[in-house]
Design a protein around this ligand. Structure first.
Ligand code: APR
Length: 254
């Protein structure tokens, strides 16, 4: 039995599935990951240190660079790929209860996943937030100001620093989102980690929460992770092929 066959067997046996996704599910959509062979941090290790909340607040140059990166982000032109669409099919079987995603690209929702079941652990690039008054607005309206020449646009309401509504290193996750994801991990009988190196916490820890609550773990990832030993199956095939191939297992009448 191949690892993909075993993953299918695990899905067939599952009643309640939690999927944890990372940047690897969006690379086929043209959005690079962080730690893969062509990853953002792989290519520019120094960049990761730059994108902490403290550096962002303290250094206008970091903010200026961040606004240019946001303006030019591939998420604006990316389309959901077959793996995103496969998870919509998994949801329709009634057994995929939640997708906890580390991604900020919004592609799960654009593929048709029920937004109520998509838990954006690291926030979203599609909205901007003021770090002073907490005001939230569509990212597009701030990008328009950047395009019009404002290099570091302040909040129009209070003059505070604006940022994408994403979670930077040094920032806490939204407690409501993290609680919902942790509850889903405790309640599931199978957690499937797709396209994540499982190196960033607390997201990666959801695998331990699920397994300690009695769930099985399946990993779909090209490179090894620190959780491979805990997994009932580790699928190395490309996500764009493996995840759609697993849909049949969930759709089989039980
Ligand atoms: N098929 C299979 N695996 C793939 C594919 C693919 N098409 N594309 C990428 N991968 C794998 C890579 O080998 C890598 O192990 O996906 C994994 C992505 O891991 P990371 O780049 O570390 O991304 P992720 O785990 O989501 O990072 C977590 O780190 O930088 C922060 O906030 C950022 O949310 C991000 C968090």
């Amino acid at each position: 039995m191949t690892q993909l066959d075993e993953a299918g067997r695990q899905l067939r046996a599952a009643q309640s599935v939690l999927v944890l996704t990372g940047a690897g599910i969006s690379t086929d959509s043209g959005i690079p990951d962080f730690r893969g062979p062509q990853g953002v941090w792989t290519k520019n290790p120094a960049a990761q240190a730059m994108f902490t909340i403290d550096r962002y607040v303290a250094d206008p140059d970091v903010r200026r660079t961040s606004w240019l990166n946001r303006r030019d982000h591939p998420a604006w032109t990316a389309e959901p790929n077959p793996a995103h669409h496969a998870l919509v099919a998994w949801e329709r079987t009634g057994r995929l209860k939640a997708i906890a995603t580390q991604n900020i690209d919004g592609l799960h929702q654009r593929a048709g996943s029920d937004p109520r079941r998509v838990l954006e652990l690291h926030g979203t690039l599609w909205r901007a937030v003021c770090l002073s008054c907490g005001g939230v607005q569509p990212m597009a309206s701030v990008i328009a100001r950047v395009d019009a020449g404002e290099e570091d646009p302040p909040c129009l309401g209070c003059g505070g620093i604006l940022k994408s509504a994403t979670v930077s290193f040094g920032q806490s996750l939204d407690p409501l989102v993290l609680t919902a994801a942790t509850d889903a991990a405790r309640a599931c009988d199978l957690v499937v980690a797709i396209g994540t190196s499982l190196q960033v916490y607390p997201a990666a820890g959801l695998c331990s929460v699920a397994v300690e609550s009695g769930a099985h773990l399946v990993i779909v990832n090209a490179q090894p992770t620190g959780y491979d030993q805990l997994a009932a199956a580790v699928v190395r095939e490309p996500i764009g092929a493996a995840v759609p191939a697993l849909t049949g297992a969930l759709e089989e009448v039980r």
